[in-house]
Ligand binder design. Structure first.
Ligand SMILES: [Zn+2]
Length: 447
């Protein structure tokens, strides 16, 4: 009987020790909660968001306070008290709060501010108040959008045409021009003045949106409309006859180069080339010529096209293809076709840098030159590749010879001009008066 009692007391004692030990480790733990903040900008604008994360793997989180302080202004963003259980402390081990702040609505002003996060865990330490953590995150508020001045008075633009927009931005900001949803980069000239070459694609019949925008580091954004005048320009619809001779002569080149080409019959091959391959090639050209120019603007006068040549096709022709009297396909012709004697040397239209020199589907052997400010020229159907990407060329330097590679019926040069990824009418850029009045004279005021 005595032994039984002894065992009972011993067991009771051991259980008591276990409970005390458990409570000691869980409810008396000494690790304070961990606090972190994600996404709080160093310079915040008129609307900003961030996330506060709290973690306490010991006794859990008991109380949390998130405050925003500026001068004497105290904003309590969030205060939470989580329930506790005697045995386990708090069941909240991890918590995150997302905040979106509009400082003006909260009565905050510009200048330095602080985010303060305080948290207490469910430990019994500090006379049952728990372990406290407190972190201060300093940042600054900038609520003023950048100032924009459009320096170009009225911008003249035509369908398929180019234009220069000059503007000034009052502070360091990301800026550019938006025309019908497309963004055109502005290149810095001097003291906050930027030049943006813009273009209205030939397929856009109206201007829906034309503005200069600037956004500073804090996300403050301003948009100023550009004064513009749209010049009417019509483009011809052209009937193109596809003969069996043409298909037999041209399709083998594509069948041998593109295993994915339709090979059921030559017409199907042509349709694949004229639609799928053309779109793929144009996308590649747009991608290359949308990249920022790596050289400063090289033009000192108009572009120079193939000398002693006759124009065989215009830019902007809407071509409808007929096979045995039936309309089978359509496409926009996005360059000039210039014919001279076969294998004529092709000069660079202006000084520039080679950004592409390779075979490119319907364009055959192709060279693309960068002339600065996002202006590019393209030379297609060449005999071979005679220049290297990265190479600098001077105006008039021979970059290749005319031929019939790609989708060309006869020996000619297909010459395209691109502005920040958009095919534009080369006739403007070949016109000395247009280039002087619209581009070089205005630029010379700020260079
Ligand atoms: Zn062409």
């Amino acid at each position: 009987m005595k032994t039984f009692l002894k065992t009972l007391v011993l067991l009771f004692f051991l259980a008591l020790c276990g409970v005390a030990g458990y409570l000691f480790f869980i409810r008396m733990e000494g690790a304070a909660p961990q606090i972190s903040v994600e996404g709080l900008p160093r310079l915040a604008g008129r609307r900003f968001s961030f996330t506060v994360r709290l973690r306490d793997s010991g006794s859990g989180l008991h109380r949390v306070r998130v405050l925003l302080l500026q001068g004497r202004k105290h904003l309590l963003l969030r205060e939470e008290t989580y329930p506790l259980s005697f045995w386990r402390g708090s069941s909240i081990k991890n918590v995150s709060y997302r905040f979106t702040i509009s400082p003006l609505e909260k009565g905050l002003g510009e200048g330095p501010a602080r985010l303060v996060v305080e948290a207490w865990d469910a430990s019994w330490r500090n006379t049952l108040k728990g372990n406290q953590a407190r972190k201060v995150f300093p940042f600054a508020l900038d609520l003023t959008p950048p100032r924009i001045t459009v320096l170009s008075s009225t911008v003249y633009i035509a369908r398929g045409g180019s234009a220069l927009v000059l503007y000034r931005v009052g502070e360091k900001a990301r800026s550019g021009v938006r025309l019908n949803g497309r963004v055109f980069r502005g290149y810095p000239l001097k003291k906050g003045i930027y030049a943006a070459l813009v273009a209205l694609p030939v397929s856009d019949t109206t201007v829906r949106e034309f503005l200069v925008f600037a956004e500073d580091e804090a996300g403050n954004r301003l948009e100023i409309p550009v004064n513009y005048y749209v010049q009417r320009r019509r483009y011809p619809r052209v009937r193109m006859r596809i003969s069996d001779g043409f298909l037999q002569r041209k399709m083998p080149e594509f069948l041998s180069r593109y295993p994915e080409a339709q090979k059921e019959d030559l017409l199907k091959t042509f349709l694949w080339v004229n639609q799928t391959l053309r779109q793929r090639n144009n996308q590649k050209i747009a991608e290359i010529t949308s990249r920022p120019s790596e050289i400063s603007f090289t033009l000192q006068g108009p572009l120079k096209a193939l000398p002693h040549s006759a124009k065989r096709s215009d830019f902007g022709e809407h071509r409808f293809y007929y096979y045995r009297g039936r309309r089978v396909s359509q496409a926009w012709h996005l360059g000039l076709d210039l014919a001279s004697v076969a294998h004529s040397p092709v000069p660079a239209a202006a000084a520039g840098r080679v950004v592409f020199a390779d075979y490119l589907g319907i364009y055959g052997n192709t060279v693309i030159l960068d002339h600065g400010l996002g202006l590019y020229t393209l030379y297609a159907h060449l005999a071979g590749i005679e220049v290297q990407p990265g190479q600098r060329v001077s105006a008039g330097q021979i970059i290749g010879h005319t031929d019939t590679t790609g989708l060309a019926g006869g020996d000619h040069l297909h010459f395209s001009v691109l502005v920040q990824g958009v095919f534009v009418n080369p006739m403007e850029w070949l016109d000395p008066r247009w280039v002087a009045h619209r581009i070089l004279d205005p630029l010379s005021l700020y260079r």
